[in-house]
Structures are given as C-alpha cells and as structure tokens.
Design a protein around this ligand. Sequence first.
Ligand SMILES: C[S@@+](CC[C@H](N)C(=O)[O-])C[C@H]1O[C@@H](n2cnc3c(N)ncnc32)[C@H](O)[C@@H]1O
Length: 203
Amino acid sequence: LKSGETMVMFSTCACCAPTYLVAVTVIAALCISGFGKVLKHTFPTAKLGIKIYKYISMVANILILLVAVAYGVLSSNENARRFVFSKIIEAGAVYPSPMDTLRCANIQNLHGRVLEIGPGPGTNFRCWQNNTSITEWVGVEPNPYFQQRQVVESEARNISFPVSTVWLKGEHVDIEPESFDHVVGTHVLCSVDDVRMVLKQVH
Ligand SMILES: C[S@@+](CC[C@H](N)C(=O)[O-])C[C@H]1O[C@@H](n2cnc3c(N)ncnc32)[C@H](O)[C@@H]1O
C-alpha cells in the first residue's frame, strides 16, 4: 500500500458522520449522568461535587433531547437532510485535504467526455485546473443544494470545458452506452442507496 491508500482505509466516510455524532453525544451524555449517580452513591457528603454534577447531568439531558429532535427532523424530512448534508460536505470541501493527492493522482489526466457520479460541491474540479484534454463533464447528483457551489467551484478552478449536471440519483440516470470516456466517483458508493445498480449503470 502507498501511504495515501492506507489513509483511505482509516478515513471515515463523511456520510456516516451524523450517525457517529448522535452515538457519541448519547454515550457521552449517559456517561456524564451515570458518573453523577456513582459520585452521589460513593461520596454522599460531597455536596458541592454532587450539585455540580446535577447541573452537568441536566445539560447532558437537554443535549440528548436536542440531538433526538434534530435526528427526528432530519430522518423524516429528506429536504432538510439534503440541505444539512450539503452544508457539511461543502464545509469540508473548502480546504485542501491530504486526500487531494490521492484523488488527483487518479483522475487529473482524464480526457474526452467525463461522467461523474455524486460530484457534490464539485470537489474534484480542483484536480482539473490545468486539464485541457477533457472535452465535457457531466455530473449525476441527486442533491440540488450543491448547484450553486458547483458553479462557484468550476469558476474558481478555471475549468475550461463545458460542465452540466443531471439532478438525479446514479441508479436512475439513463446513460447511452459508450457515450463517455471515463466515469468518476469519489467518496460516493458509501452514500448511494443501491451500489449494485449504480455500478451496473456505470458498466
Ligand atoms: C461524501 S459526498 C462526496 C462528494 C464528492 N464526490 C467528493 O469527493 O467530495 C457523496 C455524494 O454522493 C451523492 N450521492 C448520494 N447518493 C447518490 C446516488 N444515489 N447517486 C449519485 N450520487 C449520490 C451525495 O449527494 C454527495 O454529493
């Protein structure tokens, strides 16, 4: 393995971040409130300590409630979920990342017509700043909240070829056989509903 490849294995898929956030918050809140109970039981005379822990435990419970409400809203409302997800991905995509070396090493020399599955905010445009061999780029992206950011990103990276996006899931897009020279997908298969179907379309 090259060092970049090792990094891929250990990096967390961004799509799992909300689940981890909920899990970590709940576990932390339970630990804090549980510790307060142990403290009370073990040191019944430590009044100040117990009082402080009462407040901490109250804050922890409020936190659980807020996370539960946010989780409920996001899991029942796809629009809200897409909006929040786009903001999280966009925030992460602003900065250069160690992952850029790996992603650009694999895709910077593409040519002809390029189809990208799940481009999000256009993170991969950074790899094509000096590419004059690509003749057209088409993105297949189900989240329309990335629209504005893709335009900003392609302009910021001086992309010289025409770019357009089909706002659909990779599973549903109808691609004419042999119509693209390359298909790109980075950090995407972890978030699609049906990996087999997307790969079938690509094939
Ligand atoms: C973690 S982001 C990666 C964005 C970008 N490719 C990158 O490397 O930074 C995953 C992207 O896949 C998109 N996506 C999710 N489900 C998809 C599907 N079924 N078909 C195509 N794209 C999908 C998401 O909307 C999001 O833009």
